[in-house]
Design a protein around this ligand. Sequence first.
Ligand code: TXA
Ligand code: MG
Length: 318
Amino acid sequence: MIMHTTLTDSVEEAAAILNSGGVVAFPTETVYGLGAGICHPEALLRLFRAKGRPADNPLIVHLSSVGQVAEVASSLSLQAEQLIERFFPGPLTLVLKKNFSVPYTVTAGLETVGVRCPANLVAREFLRLACCPVAAPSANRSGLPSATSWEAVMQDLDGKIDCLLRGTPSAIGLESTIVDCSGERPLLLRAGAITLEQLRTVVPEITTVAVTEPEERPKCPGLKYPHYAPKASILLCTEVEKIDLNESPAAYIGTAAQPKGVALFKVCSSLEEYGRELFRFFRLCDASGIGVIYCELPSDEGLGRAIRDRLMRAAGLA
Ligand code: TXA
Ligand code: MG
């Protein structure tokens, strides 16, 4: 069904549409989110449909302030409290034990809920005006690269959602770091702009999925689905000199100088810029008919871990 999508700069208008049971995309510092109030069961179902999201993939609940955590979580470990104290509001999601107010549609039947309090001021104002916490996946069609600008949201979801609250391009450009704090030992489920090294300065015992027995803890349900994939094929490279350009038209993104002969390229001056530009570049490549995108594979440290993770998934290697 095609519907009218209201494009607005007014936080009040967007919140009013959400509060009347609408599905509303909004900016955050990580990527744009596609929100529905957790107190609006119909809106939640429409959100899954608009995005083409499988029902067994849970949504993150967004809060306007740290104080609201108690509205959705039943208990907090000491480590969760420490992470909240240090990194909320910001690009971090914590998986916590849920309470009765969070419907199973949001958690895909799990007893836990992902909770995030964005730092972006427009997001915070929108969430403050919302009549209940807002469940929001990234505002892209399922499987495509996340949307890091309002134009990218329109490209994927115009005519499928009630409203888009227009904001600036996402400052980080990669989805939030996710830490599961619902069990004995905190576990990094998804790398993001809050790095493992930063997390460990507060909670040294955080482990990563790779070193945990597969059956021991539930993994991030969403990570089993293909993600972040542009139409072009992704080829990962550690040394740009070795790129053999017999496939064309080709593109390149990374921090090293581009190989000669690529039709489109983005040379980034830092990993921060690489992270911020990655999904935008993927979408640009698709719009430009690029067949193969060479991506520099950063090392597994700091923000490099998050970029690597997205690249491996986009390349179908994870
Ligand atoms: O930065 C972000 O996190 C963005 C913005 C909009 O906040 N949101 C986002 O949502 O990336 P989404 O739905 O694209 O990714 C959320 C991931 C999924 O892989 C999902 O499976 C996982 O979080 N997740 C959500 N709730 C969970 C839970 N209770 N336990 C484990 N994983 C969970
Ligand atoms: Mg997503």
